[in-house]
Design a protein around this ligand. Structure first.
Ligand code: NDP
Ligand code: GDR
Length: 332
């Protein structure tokens, strides 16, 4: 039985990856940090199938212990401070968690299980102010946020450990990927949740930022398969993972709101607090290398993805409100 260690297993990608690996017959070790209120929402269906280990990205000893106990064949380092907008008010925490912690994880693997295959969650945010379109593995980086800068560090230290210590270390340069498990502060989930709430009459407006930003959005369930495929190759390498299609935040609003029969223009309020000090205007990925070498292709279209998210949000918001009504006896 193969063994995998996943950091960030309670997050969006970690939960899909854990399900995928369990289905493949892996023993899955999930590392989670201590929080005052544990959140297993994304993994509740598989919680008992995961071997839980306690650890924090910033604590090398805990990472070494996680690797020592699990003795993994594969390590997926997905944990990070992953919200770009939070990286301006928390630049140092982001630097510790998203940049330096990658060295912690690589050191833990190098010292405790150097033959483990290692996956690093790199990001299209590294391209930032883009130098060529579409972006591919050879496109130069020009990050536009403390988060993007931190990811560039994580990316290059992974390449460096591969070249210095001959480790099987891969970096996946993943473009935005979403799902019904996406955190609520990210724009796709914020919009699909708002479309559901407004449709159900429990929210009146949606306060939002830059409508012109363009992103290459895919489905998280497709993208975690690419992570696994990278670690099944004979040689470690870096790959861009994307759909090759670009949409604006305006397109996202149009698709989500029209799915519930509403016109988004009647509900949005432009709010400067959601504008960023430096914006990434457009991201569009060229994933030809992953298609050719990994045989990977994205399966869910942008429209299918947004419909899936709105439908799940409608179900969840309805269920939440049924619960409150039963509790209070008041119809919301
Ligand atoms: P999420 O924000 O959903 O998940 C992040 C995970 O990291 C959570 O499980 C979180 O735990 C954990 N974590 C955060 N800080 C620490 C810490 N100090 N110690 C231990 N665990 C910690 O992110 P996604 O699943 O969306 O993304 C996964 C990775 O991929 C991230 O590194 C992200 O930056 C990167 N990425 C994501 C893309 C996307 O579009 N989703 C695109 C490109 C890269 P907790 O539940 O306790 O908060
Ligand atoms: P991003 O995702 O920054 O690309 O990072 P996010 O969904 O936060 O923003 C996408 C674009 O939408 C614009 N936008 C808004 N964003 C948010 N969050 N809230 C708003 O109200 C809003 N209005 C407009 C943003 O300005 C931006 O242009 C995600 C994360 O998952 C990273 O971890 C990952 O590395 C990258 O994708 C690739």
């Amino acid at each position: 039985m193969k063994k995998a260690l996943i950091t960030g297993v309670t997050g969006q990608d970690g939960s899909y990856l854990a399900e995928f690996l369990l289905e493949k017959g892996y023993k899955v070790y999930g590392m989670r940090r201590r929080t005052s209120t544990p959140n297993y929402e994304n993994v509740h269906a598989i919680k008992d199938q995961i071997e839980w280990l306690s650890g924090d990205l910033t604590d090398l000893a805990s990472l070494m212990e996680a690797v020592r106990i699990s003795q993994p064949d594969e390590v997926y380092n997905l944990a990070a401070q992953s919200y770009v907008a939070a990286s301006w008010p928390q630049p140092l925490a982001t630097g510790h968690m998203t940049a330096l912690s990658v060295t912690n994880m690589l050191e833990a693997v190098r010292m405790m299980k150097p033959d483990a295959k290692y996956y690093q969650a790199s990001s299209s945010e590294m391209f930032g102010k883009v130098q060529e379109t579409p972006q591919k593995e050879t496109t130069s980086f020009y990050p536009r946020s403390p988060y993007g800068v931190a990811k560039v560090y994580g990316h290059w230290i992974t390449v460096n450990y591969r070249e210095s210590f001959n480790m099987f270390a891969c970096s996946g340069i993943l473009f935005n990927h979403e799902s019904p498990r996406r955190g609520h502060e990210f724009v796709t989930r914020k919009v699909t949740d708002a479309a559901a709430r407004i449709k159900l009459g429990v929210q009146k407006e949606l306060r939002i930022g830059n409508l012109d930003a363009l992103r290459d959005w895919g489905f998280a369930g497709d993208y975690i398969k690419a992570m696994w495929l990278m670690l099944q190759q004979d040689e470690p390498d870096d790959y861009v993972i994307s759909t090759g299609e670009m949409h604006s935040v305006r397109d996202l609003l149009e698709i989500a709101f029209s799915h519930v029969g509403l016109d988004y223009r009647d509900y949005i309020v432009m709010d400067p607090q959601f504008m960023r000090p430096a914006e990434v205007d457009l991201l569009l990925g060229d994933c030809s290398k992953a298609k050719q070498q990994l045989g990977w292709i994205p399966e869910v279209s942008f429209e299918q993805l947004i419909h899936m998210m709105v439908d799940e949000d409608l179900k969840r918001v309805k269920a939440e409100h049924r619960y409150y009504e039963e509790l209070s006896g008041v119809t919301v």
